[in-house]
Design a protein around this ligand. Structure first.
Ligand SMILES: Nc1nc2c(ncn2[C@@H]2O[C@H](COP(=O)(O)OP(=O)(O)OP(=O)(O)O)[C@@H](O)[C@H]2O)c(=O)[nH]1
Ligand SMILES: [Mg+2]
Length: 235
């Protein structure tokens, strides 16, 4: 299979079906699958996605119950179930513009990983973030670059593609704690092979369609813990 799209979701019932419909239209004729990995959302996102999947066999749904919740864990579960040669991850809230996907897939043919960037030339951010949110985001990116120096402009967009064979080289080291699996993947790939090929692709970052952000203080704390572990820890 050409590629798999993993979509982690938590309470995205209002967003997931329109996104799945747009993806199905955009990618018609290609050999792919979409795996929605839902943390048993109280708003029944998993059910909305499963209903859509009834008439769209390319769509699969993992309803995660009895397991540790988390965005990164959900993506990892989707990756483990995936059959595509390229593994792509995007948010389920409509913020990652799906029209960037064909370009990311093209770049993934000749790279280990393709990182979607909200700041590369040609990218755009539609969000009207309040100042404190904008600041938090910039500080997080600055701290990440300072501590890990990953050589990319936007280490946490969350919109990325990785070749399955490249990912499987580092998957034994993945902890998938918290919500930054893109950052962890990039870090581990570069650590295993400093000469690995990573491309950046400008993306369009849209406004969240419906529902609520899960970003908060706990998320910032999670990120800091992860940065310190990657930088100074043994794991
Ligand atoms: N499975 C799973 N998905 C999650 C979890 N937390 C967030 N997500 C999903 O991960 C994606 C990104 O989360 P968001 O809350 O949109 O994070 P964000 O885009 O950084 O924040 P906003 O810009 O405010 O939307 C969305 O599809 C969420 O539904 C979780 O604990 N488990
Ligand atoms: Mg979002």
């Amino acid at each position: 299979m050409e590629f798999s799209i993993a979509i982690p979701t938590f309470n995205e019932a209002g967003n997931i079906v329109p996104l799945l419909a747009r993806l199905s239209t955009l990618l018609e004729g290609r050999d792919f699958e979409i795996i929605v990995a839902d943390d048993d959302s109280p708003d029944l996102t998993w059910q909305a996605a499963a209903n859509f999947a009834k008439d769209h066999p390319r769509v699969k749904v993992i309803r995660r119950v009895g397991r540790e919740k988390g965005l990164s864990m959900s993506v990892l579960d989707a990756f483990m179930a995936a059959e595509g040669d390229i593994l792509l991850v995007m948010d389920g809230d409509g913020q990652h513009d799906e029209s960037c996907i064909p370009g990311m897939l093209r770049l993934a043919e000749t790279n280990d990983m393709v990182v979607g960037s909200r700041f590369a030339p040609g990218a755009s951010i539609e969000d009207d973030w309040p100042l404190h949110r904008l600041l938090a985001s910039r500080i997080a990116i600055f701290a990440t670059k300072l501590l890990l120096g990953l050589g990319v402009g936007d280490p946490m967009s969350g919109f990325f593609a990785v070749r399955r064979e490249s990912f499987s080289r580092i998957s034994p080291q993945i902890r998938a704690e918290g919500f930054k699996i893109m950052l962890e993947t990039l870090y581990l790939l570069k650590k295993a092979d400093p000469g690995c090929h990573v491309a950046e692709m400008p993306i369009r970052f849209r406004r969240r369609e419906k529902g609520e952000s899960k970003l908060g203080f706990g998320v910032a704390l999670d990120l800091l813990k992860m940065l310190l572990r990657l930088k100074f820890g043994r794991g």
